[in-house]
Design a protein. Structure first.
Length: 260
């Protein structure tokens, strides 16, 4: 049994697509063996937290969130000390390099989507979700395995629409994959949505990886080198060993898919 944890970068609003900073939406799925996730991954993530950060005074669980880590915001203000940040970054990179998982990312250029489809405009998030699920199903079916999907809650209305879109794909398939292939490998017809406060290790790993993966895809699209920063170091880990790929080693179309 496998589970794909999904996180997003950007938003689905097509009206802001002309703004270069809001032009793209990216979804990243991180696939774990479920038993491995619930034991080893959860243990190592919690051990990393305990090693570098004190317990929260309110008793709430410590939950990794990329923006708070990057900015050194509470409860990660210890990272404002350069020496402590360097030590934590090294341990985090070790964890992301050595955990066993597979990454699939989809990114949509919303402006190009508007330009190309002047009449039909597929909802960007649902479009990305559809393509992500197709590749997850391909990955599961190649191995004869079953899996489900967990994602971060986005709000009551958004959650309702995401669950509805997921069920539609499960029950009807897509233009590129029949419903039988989805139902063969997806363990249930429902998308599970959780807030970050649920403290699920897989959702936190997806949160840490999603932005670097988007930056890798953007660099590849623009024929540029992977950024030479901390996110770029995560991106190179994904490029080296974590993206899904074909038997011949091809990542594009398997571990990465650019839309439209």
């Amino acid at each position: 049994m496998y589970r794909m944890f999904v996180d997003e970068v950007g938003h689905a609003d097509l009206r802001a697509s002309h703004d270069p900073k809001q032009r793209h939406l990216s979804l990243t799925g991180v696939i774990f063996n479920l038993t491995y996730h619930d034991t080893k991954v959860t243990e190592l993530v919690e051990r990393l937290k305990a090693r570098h950060f004190p317990p929260r005074p309110d008793g709430a669980p410590l939950v990794f969130h990329r923006k708070e880590l990057v900015n050194g915001n509470f409860p990660f203000d210890a990272l404002r000390d350069p020496a402590k940040k360097e030590e934590f970054d090294g341990h985090l990179l070790w964890l992301l390099r050595n955990l066993e998982y597979v990454v699939i990312s989809t990114t949509i250029d919303k402006q190009e989507h508007l330009n190309r489809y002047t009449v039909w405009h597929h909802h960007p998030y649902h479009y990305c979700q559809e393509v992500l699920l197709e590749r997850y199903a391909m990955w599961l079916n190649r191995r004869g395995e079953k899996g489900d999907v967990y994602a971060e809650s986005r709000g009551r209305r958004e959650d309702f629409l995401l669950k509805k879109a997921f069920r539609f794909i499960y029950n009807n398939g897509t233009s590129h994959m029949t419903r039988d292939k989805f139902q063969l490998c997806l363990a249930q017809n429902d998308l599970k949505l959780y807030r970050k406060t649920a403290n699920l290790a897989g959702l936190q790993i997806a949160d840490l990886i999603a932005h670097p993966s988007f930056k890798v895809m953007l660099a590849k699209k623009n024929r540029q080198a992977i950024p030479d920063n901390f996110g770029g170091r995560i991106g190179r880990i994904l490029e080296d060993s974590k993206y899904d790929r074909s038997r011949t080693g091809q990542i594009e179309g398997f571990g990465r898919k650019w839309l439209p």
